[in-house]
Each structure stands twice: as C-alpha cells, then as structure tokens.
Design a protein around this ligand. Structure first.
Ligand code: ADP
Ligand code: MG
Length: 250
C-alpha cells in the first residue's frame, strides 16, 4: 500500500518552473533517499508536500494515504500524519519547546480520536523519548530552536518526529552539518522510529547517512525531474562519480 504517491507534479515559483514532472511512490515500510545537485528542487518538493504557502503544484497529483491532500492546510497535513523536518529549522523565541510540542502532539492525538496527553503524561512520554534518542532534557526547557547548535536543531527535529509518530517523515538534509557522533544519534533515532507501518524519505547530499539508514530506493532529482532511481548502490555511485554522468545521460 502506498503512503505517498506523487504523480507528474509540476510547480512554478515566481513563474519559473522548478518541479517539471516529478513522480514518486513510497510504500508502507519503505525508506527512500532523494539526492541531487544544489538547486534541483529537493527543498521545493518538501515544502510542497508540507503545504507551505505559495508552494501549490500547478499540475499533477499528490496522494497521501491514498487521499488527495492538495486542499489540506499545513496543519491538517501534519495532523493526518505527514511530518517534514526542514533544512533550516525556524527559531521561535519565547515559545517553550515543551508547550510547542505538546500542542502539536495533542492536536494529532485529537485528530486520531485518542485522549489528549495531560501535562504530566506528556512530560513522561517526552522524557522517555528524549532518553531513547539522547536529547538532553535541559534542551527541552529552552525556546524552540533558540540558541540550539546546528546539531541540536536536527536532533530536536528527530525528537519531534518520534513524539508525533507520523505515517511519513520527510527529512530535508537532516544530516547536513552534523559531526559523526550526532549523525549516529540522528540515524539511530530514525531507525528506532521506522516500522513496517510508516515510511521515511531522506533528502541528502551525502551518501554517508545512508550507511546508517539503509534506503530501499534512491532517486536522483536534477533540474526538477527524477533522472534516475535505483537501490543503495546508486548513492555509492554518486558519492564516487558525482551527478554529472547521470544528469547528462538523462
Ligand atoms: P535544492 O533543495 O535541491 O537545493 P531548492 O528546492 O531549494 O533546491 O531550489 C530549487 C530552485 O528553485 C533553485 O534554482 C532556487 O533558486 C529556486 N527557488 C527557490 N525559491 C524560489 C523562489 N521563491 N522564487 C524563485 N525561485 C526560487
Ligand atoms: Mg534544499
């Protein structure tokens, strides 16, 4: 069963075509990696999926959990179980990480017709998961992303993902700027999160993270189109030879 089906999607920004017919199907239980040169449209694709304002497709279809989500707001998509970790996480001064997350988690639980977490239950759950993915509790007392290092911001994204328990997580360059230890922590978090009922799409520049999170499929996005798809060996090929051969040949 497919969790995400993107069919021939086109998207313009400022009247400039950025996505030029992207098709991609991600099934339950799968991990996909999307690689590609700078400016190929990877982040645009993730913004479009998230439902960010100004990122509506002008052609094609996006099915999430076999339903068309084009008319859903960003919040509705999140409640339905779509999670996006952005390349540049935003800082929210004055908004405590715990209240921010509790609101998001309870909103999703309400949507799922589950009881909302009480303050105490939420704190317990947050502690448990923070421990599992080696997040310092002290970090959760701060405002969202404010003063977090690059690595801490990425770890906080993974923490949010685990707390929200989405059906599909799209991670946009979550590995960028991480040292080896942080990369391992982030990867372990993703691997813990992953079950046969959810799916993960990793957008990355480097093959390195794919040593820890083994993808079922790898796609190369260039100039707004998927030029080539393959298995993990495609990522190794790119690491060694760059994109030139693939992009030119396509
Ligand atoms: P990637 O994440 O693959 O590096 P992006 O999706 O960020 O690529 O960008 C794809 C292309 O879209 C780039 O050429 C970028 O300059 C362009 N782009 C991004 N935002 C806008 C915008 N608001 N208006 C016009 N072009 C944009
Ligand atoms: Mg990007």
């Amino acid at each position: 069963m497919s969790i995400l089906k993107i069919d021939n999607v086109h998207l313009d920004l400022d009247e400039k075509p950025i996505l030029k017919g992207v098709s991609l199907t991600v099934n339950k239980g799968e991990v996909h990696a999307i690689m590609g040169p700078n400016g190929s449209g990877k982040s645009t694709l993730s913004y479009m999926l998230a439902g960010k304002e100004g990122y509506d497709s002008n052609e094609g279809k996006i099915l999430f959990d076999e339903k068309d989500i084009s008319s859903l707001s960003a919040d509705e998509r999140a409640n339905a179980g779509l999670f996006l970790a952005f390349q540049y996480p935003v800082e929210l001064p004055g908004v405590s990480s715990m209240s921010f997350l509790r609101e998001a988690v309870n909103s999703r639980r309400k949507y799922l017709k589950k009881d909302e977490f009480s303050h105490l239950d939420f704190v317990k759950e947050a502690r448990k998961i923070a421990n599992e993915i080696k997040i310092k509790e002290e970090m959760l007392k701060r405002s969202v992303n404010v003063g977090f290092s690059g690595g801490e911001k990425k770890r906080f994204e993974i923490f949010q993902m685990c707390m929200l328990d989405p059906k599909l997580a799209v991670l946009d360059e979550t590995d960028s700027g991480l040292d080896v230890d942080a990369l391992k922590v982030v990867s372990e978090g993703v691997n813990k999160f992953k079950t046969k009922n959810n799916a993960v799409v990793i957008i990355t520049h480097y093959q390195r993270i794919l040593d820890y999170i083994v993808p079922d499929k790898v796609h190369i996005l260039a100039d707004g189109k998927i030029k080539k798809s393959g298995g993990p060996d495609l990522a190794l090929y790119v690491e060694k030879n760059g994109y030139a051969g693939i992009v030119d040949a396509a």
